[in-house]
Design a protein around this ligand. Structure first.
Ligand code: NAD
Length: 431
C-alpha cells in the first residue's frame, strides 16, 4: 500500500467511525484476503450478508462504519494490478459532472486511469465544482453540464448528477456525440424517458453504461461467472435487497430523496438476478408498506409516495421467480445484497452445488494505481470497463438494455404497489 493510500484510508476510517447514521453491514475485506486466508468456501460475502465472522481481522473491519451506506472501501491491494496488461496508448478525454453529497464524480478513479485524460468537470455549485476539479487534478471547469457538453474535445462523460437529471443529461451528451457513463438509476420514475433513452443510445451508436455498483461486488461477480459457466443451471429463484434506513433523507440536490418511492431506486437489488443472468423481469406484483417515517407519507412528498418499504415479486424472462425488496424505513440490518437458487447450485454467500470445477472468481485486473474503491470495491471495475469498452469499441457491461431492465422493473413495481399489488407487465429491452 502506498503511503498516500494509507493516509487516505486512515482519514476515511476516522471520518467513518465518527458517523452514527450508517446502519448497514458493509465489510471491506477483500476477496484476496479471504482466498489467501480461508479458501473459497469462506469468502467474505457470506460473512457480509449474515454479519458474522470467525476471523478477528474481519470483525475489526466490520466496525469501520462509512458515512453513507455502501461507501465502505475495498482494501487497495497492488496484487490486483499485477496481471494488467497495457493495451493502448490512447487517452479518452472524459468530462465529469456532479460532486454532490456522495462526491461521486471523483469516486470511480477516472483521474487515475492511464487511458483517461480528465478534460473538464462541472457542478452547479462553484465550491463543489472547485472541489471536483481539485480531486480530479483538472484545471478546466464549466459552470454547468449544459456548458460542458458544448466542448467538442470531450469524448465521454460520467454523469454523477442527481438521479432526477440522469435522463436529461444522458440524452444531452449523446446528442453532442459523447459516450455516457451514468450513476444509477438510468431514468427516474418515467417509462417514457426509458423509451426515449433507449432510442437515443441505439440511434447514436455511442457507448452507454450505467454504473450499477452491485454488478462488480465480489458475490455478484462470482454468481455471474458461475452462472455463465453452467454451475448454477437455470435460476429458479433469486432474491435481493437494498435496505437503507433513512428516517431523514440524505441531503440531495433539490431534495430528490425526500419521499423517494423505494422501487424507483431498484437497481442494487435487481442486480442480484439481472446482472447474474443478463436476463430481465417480465411482470411484477409489488406490495408497498406504509410506515411511520414522516417524509415517506404521501402528503409529505412530491411523489405522493405513501410507502417506506416495497417488496416486489417478479416473473423472470426464463420462467423463474424473484423477490426484490427496497426499504428506507426499517432500522437495523441493512445492505445491498442477494442470493440465487438454480437447478445445479445455489449461491448464498458461497457456491454450493453440483459443479466441481468452478471458474476463476477473481475480478479482472485493474490498471496500476486504480483502486477498486467503494460499494464492495466496485467503482474502479465499472470505470475501467467503460473506458476499455470505448477503446476496444465494444458493448460495455451494464449496457443500455441491462440498465433499463434493472431500472424500469422497479418503476413498474411501484405502479403495482400503488394498485395494491396488481400484476403488471414490464417493458423489455434487448440490444
Ligand atoms: N451505489 C450507487 O450506485 C450510488 C450511491 C450513491 C449515489 N449514487 C448516485 O450518484 C448520484 C449522485 O449522488 P449525490 O448524493 O452526490 O447527489 P446530490 O443530489 O447530492 O448531488 C447532485 C449534484 O449534481 C449537480 N448538478 C445537478 N445538475 C447539474 C448540472 N446541470 N450541471 C452541473 N452539475 C449539476 C448538483 O449541483 C449537485 O451537486 C445520484 O444519481 C445517486 O443516485 C449511486
Amino acid at each position: 500500500m502506498k503511503t498516500d493510500d494509507k493516509k487516505n484510508n486512515t482519514l476515511k476510517e476516522t471520518n467513518i467511525s465518527q458517523d452514527s447514521h450508517y446502519t448497514g453491514s458493509g465489510n471491506p475485506v477483500s476477496r484476496r484476503f479471504f482466498l489467501h486466508s480461508a479458501g473459497i468456501g469462506a469468502i467474505a460475502l457470506g460473512l457480509q450478508q449474515f454479519g458474522c465472522s470467525s476471523s478477528k481481522k474481519a470483525i475489526q473491519q466490520q466496525s469501520v462504519i462509512p458515512p453513507v451506506q455502501g461507501f465502505e472501501r475495498a482494501a487497495y491491494d497492488q496484487e490486483v494490478s499485477k496481471s494488467w496488461v497495457p493495451f493502448s496508448d490512447r487517452k479518452v478525454r472524459v468530462g465529469i459532472a456532479g460532486y454532490g453529497y456522495c462526491k461521486f464524480g471523483a469516486d470511480f478513479g477516472f483521474q487515475k486511469h492511464p487511458n483517461v485524460e480528465i478534460a473538464a468537470v462541472t457542478d452547479l455549485f462553484p465550491d463543489r465544482c472547485a472541489g471536483l476539479a481539485k480531486a480530479c487534478g483538472c484545471s478546466k471547469t464549466y459552470p454547468s453540464f449544459e456548458e460542458l457538453v458544448k466542448d467538442d474535445s470531450i469524448e465521454a462523460v460520467f454523469i454523477a448528477t442527481d438521479a432526477a437529471s440522469h435522463f436529461k443529461h444522458a440524452t444531452m451528451a449523446l446528442q453532442h456525440g459523447m459516450h455516457v457513463a451514468s450513476a444509477v438509476p438510468a431514468v427516474f420514475g418515467s417509462l417514457e424517458d426509458a423509451e426515449k433513452l433507449f432510442e437515443a443510445v441505439k440511434s447514436s451508436g455511442l457507448k452507454y453504461m450505467m454504473f450499477e455498483t452491485s454488478h462488480f461486488r465480489e458475490d455478484n461477480y462470482s454468481m455471474r461467472k458461475i452462472y455463465e459457466t453452467g454451475g448454477l443451471g437455470k435460476i429458479v429463484y433469486s432474491e435481493g435487497e437494498y435496505f437503507h434506513y433513512m428516517p431523514e433523507p440524505l441531503p440531495s440536490f433539490k431534495d430528490w430523496r425526500v419521499g423517494l418511492p423505494p422501487q424507483w431506486y431498484p437497481t442494487h437489488s435487481n442486480a442480484y438476478h439481472i446482472c447474474v443472468t443478463g436476463g430481465s423481469f417480465t411482470e411484477v406484483s409489488c406490495i408497498g408498506v406504509t410506515g411511520i417515517v414522516s417524509h415517506l407519507q404521501a402528503s409529505n412528498n412530491r411523489y405522493k409516495n405513501p410507502f417506506g418499504t416495497e417488496i416486489a415479486q417478479f416473473r423472470t424472462d426464463d420462467g423463474g421467480v424473484s423477490r426484490m425488496g427496497v426499504s428506507w424505513d426499517t432500522p437495523g440490518d441493512g445492505g445491498e445484497r442477494g442470493r440465487v437458487r438454480g437447478q445445479r447450485g445455489t449461491f448464498y454467500g458461497r457456491y454450493e452445488g453440483l459443479e466441481k470445477n468452478l471458474p476463476d472468481l477473481n475480478r479482472p485486473a485493474l490498471p496500476p494505481g486504480v483502486p477498486p474503491g467503494g460499494h464492495g470495491g466496485s467503482h474502479g471495475y465499472l470505470m475501467n470497463e467503460f473506458v476499455t469498452s470505448i477503446i476496444q469499441d465494444r458493448k460495455p457491461l451494464v449496457n443500455i438494455a441491462m440498465a433499463l431492465n434493472l431500472t424500469v422493473a422497479g418503476i413498474v413495481a411501484h405502479q403495482s404497489a400503488m394498485k395494491n399489488g396488481e400484476l403488471i407487465k414490464i417493458p423489455q429491452y434487448k440490444i
